[in-house]
Design a protein around this ligand. Structure first.
Ligand SMILES: [Cu+2]
Length: 374
């Protein structure tokens, strides 16, 4: 379902915009036009919460910016809010603007760094503006991502470790991972999970014009909605998949979907304040990257198979979901369970599990599905 966002303050404030959450904006020239706008954003329970978000008027919803390593990237940011804002990408120091006044414009121009997953945010009044909704994914694809054996990877060859090379060389070439290698430039094999949380009370105070002190945010933060790409609970996966499913945006960019032997990269990023603990069923994931304290990307020198992985605020971690035969399936292909086989991913952090009661009505949850055996 597409949640609605009503623009509060902007050049088109008289109109009502119905925008789905998070679309993908892939620009060959690395040129993006973002606006910063205040909106009332509809939560999964129908409640509207004041938010401030980045939009791309040429796309729908909060954009995922995708570029290739070495691209000259230009991001124009127009502040259509009534408050000053800034722009930054932790790990890319050149991509930052300290302050953009209300109604003002700024441009950042930089060379896309090594491949990996980054977050663009408003770093001002940290963490306040970020938790009001000013964040998005910035994905850098490699210029040369293949291993020496020619196996595609989502990471620049110059940063490959022996462990990463061995894993991607094993896909489709080994007894454990029969099927395909990883496929680059295919949104069905490349998922984005940007985690965030919404505290409606802090949002309402900002909306009422109160100058909420940034230092008061962490001690008073009570998140009620836990989101992936701006969607929570039932909304965070497409529930009817067919030829018309759009895998480039909304829930389609979240839910891993494929047959056995179609390994999929999942880019995990935490734009919020909560320490998330995502946990997945069916397969383990392989952690490819970590984030250093200065925001730079660290490629794993040992690759661990994980069932759950801590994701602190502002951490970005790229994972590989192998789409291998689930280890708990004693008979393969299964004779009694029908395809697609669906497996949940949910956050083990207690307040996400229990927001508005059990079964994750407002929690951080999605699932992945295996449509067929090899
Ligand atoms: Cu579980």
């Amino acid at each position: 379902m597409d949640r609605r966002k009503f623009l509060k303050v902007s050049a088109v404030a008289a109109g009502v915009a119905a925008l789905p959450a998070m679309a993908s904006a892939q620009s060959t020239g690395g040129m993006f036009d973002l606006t910063i706008e205040a909106v009332d954003s509809e939560m999964i329970d129908g409640v509207f919460v004041f938010s401030i978000m980045f939009f791309d008027r040429s796309e729908e919803g909060r954009p995922i910016l995708e570029v290739t390593e070495g691209d000259i990237v230009t991001i124009n940011v127009t502040n259509l809010d009534t408050r000053p804002h800034g722009f930054g990408i932790p790990g890319i120091p050149a991509a930052s603007v300290a302050s953009i006044p209300p109604g003002g414009k700024a441009t950042v121009r930089f060379t896309a760094p090594i491949a990996g997953s980054y977050l663009y945010i408003d770093p001002t009044l940290a963490p306040l503006n970020r938790i009001l909704g000013l964040y998005g994914a910035f994905v850098v694809h490699p210029k040369l991502g293949t291993t020496a054996l020619g196996s595609p990877t989502p990471l620049s060859r110059a940063t490959h470790t022996p462990a990463v090379t061995a894993l991607f060389d094993a896909l489709g070439r080994s007894r454990r991972f029969p099927g395909d290698q990883w496929v680059p430039n295919d949104v069905e094999r490349d998922k984005v999970w940007v985690f965030s949380q919404v505290d409606p009370l802090i949002a309402a105070r900002v909306d009422a014009g109160e100058a909420v002190p940034p230092t008061s945010v962490v001690p008073s933060f009570v998140p009620r909605y836990f989101m992936i790409n701006g969607l929570s609970g039932y909304d965070a996966a497409p529930h009817k998949v067919d030829a018309t499913t759009d895998w480039t945006k909304g829930a389609g960019r979240i839910m891993p979907h494929g047959r056995q032997g179609q390994p999929t990269v999942i880019r995990n990023m935490n734009a919020g304040l909560c320490n998330h603990s995502p946990h997945i069923h069916g397969n383990h994931v392989f952690k490819l990257t970590e984030t250093l304290p200065n925001g730079a990307i660290s490629v794993a020198t040992s690759i661990y198979e994980l069932d759950s992985w801590p994701l602190p605020p502002l951490s970005r971690q790229d994972l590989l979901l192998p789409f291998e035969q689930p280890r708990d399936a004693p008979v393969w292909p299964p004779k009694e369970e029908p395809f697609p086989m669906r497996y949940v991913m949910h956050c083990h952090t207690e307040m996400s599990q229990t927001a508005a009661g059990g079964n994750y009505p407002q929690g951080l949850v999605t699932h992945w599905e295996m449509t067929a055996p090899l």
